[in-house]
Design a binder for this molecule. Structure first.
Ligand code: N01
Length: 541
């Protein structure tokens, strides 16, 4: 039944951000309502059910830290948790904290308008709900707006098509089928080896090769689990201070200050260990091109060693961007999969896709007939989910219009002109460059304190000043351009969406540094924010 209720807060999304936000606001004694497009909790892990989906942050670190009993009682079965296990965990948390009773599923928020006279957000859903709330929290995820490329004839294909980010819940049986996979990002790199083991034939359409590090995934080591659990609080505290919010060994030496033997030994050690910690091999891999080249060449040589056909190996070996400047991938037997007789690689950079036909995919080199097409073509990252909602702030200002030249936020938490509208892991915060759960907890905690601060003082609104926002955007750009990241045509830069402004979307200053800045701003009485009562809100209209 659609409602016309009034709440203290509306939360959009029931992924890890929305679930924790709901829990914290309830603890403040607030009435919060969550709207979720899916039929259950889990967010990204609810939608991304493609074969092989798993997290590439170690499971001992990819979980909530706010409740010690919760982190002690839950056991992960593998070093890197699979999507079904993470989804079970999200469900377990929802049950344990009795969260579902305040979540309305199968409901998409369509608009959020700020009523300045009453200092309230008016929120509408596709189910006809019309509700108001003082606070509106966008827990909409960074990679939730799945994107299909504009390829001529895309909808003319006669067989089934799938997007990795909106995978059928009942699964897909590829037995005996010829499958096209378009894209070679993290999702494809996980899915291709699994699909190739089942399908009759797989053709991979690669436009840009990616660097991928073996995961060395394995059943959970009891001793390792015990090490974490015996002092979880201390280990988590260390992780929170790290650049990525992930606890792993960082070498503080430059790749260029050590001998060739030492450099290779360090890369070998990290390659053997597996996972994204590879990028911690030296301190300057993301800031110095020459240093980066040593790591990139190491991985290219590994690819050449794993892939038997030298021509295929060269096509798979990335040369167009520094390693790590597009999201580093983590795999299980990705490169080896190209040694299988039932797997073919089409270099779309050399022979571009011209069209999708009823029978398959046509490139400049000819048509490949297939039964199924898997689009592993990514997301309208960081801004897509917000742009899909009509968000109007003070004076009817439209968020998407305001962000036409790139997102503008203060701390990635709020945007000027949109009082009481919060974003969890929004653009301008470390978000996708970090362990998402660490960043989510930091934002939710900060925001909960902020709302408690307002309530304790009888204040109704908080909003960043234009000046603070301009300063933060400039700072974010400045820090990003000290690194090699902007040199890659990545989704971090909005480069995967035709027409999207090329702006570095996350904050690259590091999770630990960012946390300190947020805390200092709060301690200084929410520096850079304007705090107001209802009367001030109306007066400012
Ligand atoms: O998407 P992507 P993803 N013709 O955007 C190609 C997170 N994640 O879903 O690079 C041909 O990375 C495109 O080519 P190009 C993680 O943060 C995490 O794989 O634009 N190809 C690219 O190869 C990740 O980074 C985990 O030239 C086209 C691919 O499609 C993010 O999600 C697992 C094309 C898209 O790759 C997104 O990953 C999975 C076209 N017209 C994902 N259009 C883990 O934690 C696009 N492509 C493990």
């Amino acid at each position: 039944m659609p409602t016309t209720q009034s709440y203290d807060a509306i939360i959009v999304g029931a992924g890890f951000a929305g679930l924790y936000m709901l829990h914290r606001l309830r603890r403040l004694g607030m009435r919060a309502q969550v709207y979720e497009a899916g039929s259950d909790v889990g967010g990204t892990w609810y939608w991304n059910r493609y074969p092989g989906a798993r997290c590439d942050v170690e499971s001992m670190q990819y979980s909530y830290s706010f409740d010690d009993a919760l982190q002690q009682e839950w056991s992960w079965s593998e070093r890197f948790a699979s999507q079904p296990e993470i989804l079970r965990y999200a469900g377990h948390v929802a049950d344990r904290l009795d969260l579902r009773r305040d979540i309305q599923f199968d409901t998409r928020v369509t608009s959020a308008h700020f009523d300045a006279k009453r200092a309230l957000w008016q929120v509408a859903t596709d189910r006809g709900d019309r509700v108001t709330a003082r606070f509106c929290v966008m827990a909409t995820g960074c990679l939730s707006a799945a994107r299909l490329p504009e390829i001529p004839g895309r909808d003319s294909f006669a067989g089934p098509t799938y997007h990795t980010g909106a995978w059928p819940h009942e699964g897909v049986d590829f037995t005996g089928r010829r499958v096209a996979v378009i894209g070679t990002g993290s999702s494809a790199i996980q899915a291709i080896p699994v699909i190739a083991r089942q399908a009759a034939h797989v053709t991979v359409f690669q436009r840009t090769p990616n660097f991928s590090i073996p995961s060395r995934n394995a059943p959970m080591d009891a001793e390792y689990e015990n090490w974490w659990k015996s002092d979880y609080a201390a280990h988590r505290a260390k992780a929170r201070a790290m650049r990525t919010g992930i606890l792993y060994g960082l070498n503080d030496k430059s790749a260029l200050e050590v001998s060739e033997e030492e450099r290779q030994a360090e890369y070998e050690r990290r390659w053997a260990n597996g996972g994204t910690a590879f990028m911690g091999a030296f301190s300057d891999l993301i800031t110095n091109r020459q240093a980066n080249d040593t790591a990139a060449e190491f991985v290219r040589n590994k690819i050449r060693g794993m892939v038997r056909d030298p021509k295929v190996a060269e096509i798979l070996a990335p040369k167009s961007h520094p390693i790590g400047t597009k999201r580093i991938c983590v795999d299980t037997e990705y490169y080896e999969t190209f040694n299988r007789p039932n797997v073919a690689l089409v270099d779309v950079a050399a022979t571009p896709i011209e069209a999708i036909t009823p029978a398959g995919v046509r490139t400049a080199a000819g048509e490949v007939a297939v039964d199924d097409i898997v689009f592993a073509t990514g997301f309208d990252a960081m801004t897509g989910a917000l742009a899909a909602i009509e968000i109007r702030g003070r004076d009817g200002i439209d968020l998407a219009a305001k962000w036409a030249e790139g997102p503008r936020t203060y701390l990635g938490l709020m945007s000027a002109g949109f009082p009481n509208l919060f974003m969890i892991t929004g653009p301008g915060s470390p978000s996708v460059l970090s362990n998402m759960i660490v960043s989510i907890e930091q934002h939710v905690d900060w925001l909960t304190d902020c709302i408690a601060h307002l309530r304790a003082r009888g204040l109704d609104t908080i909003e960043p000043t234009q000046e603070a926002e301009d300063g933060w955007v400039a700072h974010g750009n400045e820090v990003a351009h000290r690194t090699l990241y902007p040199s890659a045509a990545s989704w971090y830069m909005g480069a995967n969406i035709p027409g999207k402004p090329r702006v570095f979307l996350p904050y690259i200053g590091g999770v630990g540094v960012y946390r300190e800045k947020c805390d200092a701003i709060a301690a200084a009485g929410y520096e850079g924010f304007r705090l107001g009562g209802q009367n001030q809100a109306a007066a400012a209209e």
